[in-house]
Structures are given as structure tokens and as C-alpha cells.
Design a protein around this ligand. Structure first.
Ligand code: HEM
Ligand SMILES: [Ca+2]
Length: 294
């Protein structure tokens, strides 16, 4: 059972440590806010929010970091290490990496201009991670609306949650390899946008060249993403699937025209995503180093 006052006795300073570290980090590099948010998503969707995504591979355990959706793509591990070290120095061995990630993701969103919400706490850290579960639980950029809907439904998340949470793509970047097929092959794409993106993403090679998921305001957590979708300017195939004459078109329109509705629904959906099968009580452990089990 997660609770907002879980660390009230054992680590009352926790939230202010995370907030000030995130404030500094975002001031230096705004994209780190997006990276924390994505780390949390990739944590929660794979065996629940248990910091499994933070575990380094070992000779006996190949974890999630090198799964295809994560490899050479997830960022922000060094910042988590630094926050965890500060938390450990103030409150030894009581705060989980999973909770730190949940708070850091919330602060990243809020510092980029997005909503805030209360983060329920008390998650514990996994002792295992698996490459194959990362591969099977994380949606690929090539997914269509029915795959997206069913992958989110399997986590207890509705079409409304799917659409609101995808609004996370109002910040951050994607590699050419993630959107190449979209800009060369899709037909439901704005022609000028496709042409523009092809300049930096050739049909062969340059896989690591980055483009903003929301070209209009890549470091501002706003409704720009939904306005792009309405104009056929979704960067990922999966993004444009949310506005492609299907069941979520109306939600995209609502969020595009009413950013306050997006902010409210996003916050609500993040709380739901953050409560996907946590380890509680005496399950798992409180890791001392987020990269390895104790
Ligand atoms: C709906 C299904 C989703 C798919 C198919 C998807 C896919 C992707 C892909 C392919 C990238 C670019 C990765 C790269 O090229 O290196 C990306 C980036 C990102 N995703 Fe998603 N995503 C989805 C949902 C979400 C959700 C629910 C969140 C958070 C709530 C999220 C947050 C982000 C962020 C913030 C970035 C940018 C990361 C950065 O700049 O470091 N995504 N996503
Ligand atoms: Ca934006």
C-alpha cells in the first residue's frame, strides 16, 4: 500500500533533496527532465515500478538496460546515482530507488512547465530484471492503435490514459532509427514536415541523429504535441496513430484545444502508472546503489 507520507518519519527531507537536484539538472540541460520521465515509464511498464530499469547487467543477469527499446536510448542514470547518493547521506538505507525515480519524473515534468501531483511512496526495489520482459512489455514506435490500446489495457490503463500519457512526447527527442520508417513510408504525414525531418535523417545511416518529438516546443511541457498530431506532424508512427480517424481522435482534439484538461489528465494518469504492481512490505529490498542489488 503506497502512501504520500511513507517517509514522513524516516526521511522528511526526501522530496526537497530530489527537487533541488532536479532543479539544478534541468537548468543545465532541459532534456534531462524528459529523460527522467521516460525512465519512469520504462520502469513501471516492466514488472511494475520497482527500479528494475536501473539495474546494470551482471555476468549472471542480463537486465533491461540492453533490451532493444532501451539500449543506447535511455538516459539519466548518472543523475539518479547522484540523487540517490545525496538521499543516502541524509537518510541511510530507507528510501527506494523506485520512489526516487517516481519523484524525479514528477519534478522533471513540473520544472518544464507541466503539472504537479502527489507521489504516493513506499515502493521497494526489485532484485531481478529481465531483458525479455522489457522487450515484451514496452510498446514499439511501429505499434498501431490496437496494439497500443491492448498494451496499456494490460497495465490497467484506458485509452484516455494512453492518450494523456503519450503527451509526454511534448518533450524530449527521438533517434532517426525510431522515426525513419514514418518519415519515408507513412502517408498520414504532413508533407512539409516529412521533408524537413528527412534532411537530418537519411534513408540509410545516421541512426543516432536526434529530432524533437514536439518540434514546436521541445523543452516545454505543453499541449504542442496534440496540436502537432492534428496537423499530421507526429514524429513517431505510434504518435500519429492517436489521431488517425480512430477512437482517440476526440481526446487529441480536446487536449490540443484545452491544455488544462491535458495537464489534469496527465497528472491523474501518472499516478495510475506509478501504482502499477509495486513491491511493498517486505518484498524486494531498499537498494543502496540503484545499479545493483544489495
Ligand atoms: C504509447 C506508447 C509509446 C511509445 C511507442 C513510445 C516510444 C518512444 C520512442 C521510440 C522514443 C524515442 C527513443 C529513441 O529514439 O531513443 C520515445 C521517447 C520518449 N518517450 Fe515515449 N513512447 C510511448 C509512451 C510514452 C509514455 C507513456 C511516456 C511517459 C509517460 C513516454 C515518455 C517519453 C519521453 C519523455 C521521451 C524522450 C526521452 C528523452 O528525450 O530522453 N513515452 N518514446
Ligand atoms: Ca512541448
Amino acid at each position: 500500500q503506497l502512501s504520500p507520507s511513507f517517509y514522513a518519519q524516516s526521511c522528511p527531507i526526501l522530496e526537497s533533496i530530489v527537487r533541488s537536484a532536479m532543479t539544478q539538472a534541468v537548468a543545465q540541460d532541459a532534456t534531462i527532465g524528459a529523460s527522467m520521465l521516460r525512465l519512469f515509464f520504462h520502469d513501471c511498464f516492466v514488472n511494475g515500478c520497482d527500479a528494475s530499469v536501473l539495474l546494470d547487467d551482471t555476468p549472471t543477469m542480463v537486465g533491461e538496460k540492453n533490451a532493444p527499446p532501451n539500449r543506447n536510448s535511455l538516459r539519466g542514470f548518472v543523475l539518479i546515482d547522484s540523487i540517490k547518493a545525496q538521499v543516502e547521506s541524509q537518510c541511510g538505507a530507507v528510501v527506494s530507488c523506485a520512489d526516487i525515480l517516481a519523484i524525479a519524473a514528477r519534478d522533471g515534468v513540473n520544472l518544464l512547465g507541466g503539472p504537479s501531483w502527489v507521489v504516493a511512496q513506499g515502493r521497494r526495489d526489485a532484485r531481478t530484471a529481465s531483458l525479455s520482459s522489457a522487450g515484451s512489455n514496452l510498446p514499439p514506435a511501429t505499434a498501431g492503435i490496437s496494439t497500443l490500446a491492448s498494451m496499456f489495457a494490460s497495465k490497467g490503463l484506458s485509452l484516455r490514459d494512453l492518450t494523456a500519457l503519450s503527451g509526454a512526447h511534448t518533450v524530449g527527442n527521438a533517434r532517426c532509427s525510431s522515426f525513419r520508417a514514418r518519415i519515408y513510408n507513412d502517408t498520414n504525414i504532413d508533407t512539409g514536415f516529412a521533408y524537413w525531418r528527412r534532411q537530418e535523417c537519411q534513408s540509410v545511416g545516421g541512426d543516432y541523429s536526434l529530432a524533437p518529438l514536439d518540434a514546436t516546443s521541445p523543452t516545454i511541457f505543453d499541449g504542442g504535441y496534440f496540436q502537432n498530431l492534428m496537423a499530421g506532424r507526429g514524429l513517431l508512427h505510434s504518435d500519429q496513430e492517436l489521431f488517425n480517424n480512430g477512437p482517440t481522435d476526440w481526446l487529441v482534439q480536446m487536449y490540443g484545444y484545452n491544455p488544462a484538461a491535458f495537464a489534469a489528465d496527465f497528472a491523474e494518469a501518472m499516478v495510475k502508472m506509478g501504482s502499477i504492481s509495486p513491491l511493498t512490505g517486505s518484498m524486494g529490498e531498499i537498494r543502496l546503489n540503484c545499479r545493483k542489488i544489495n
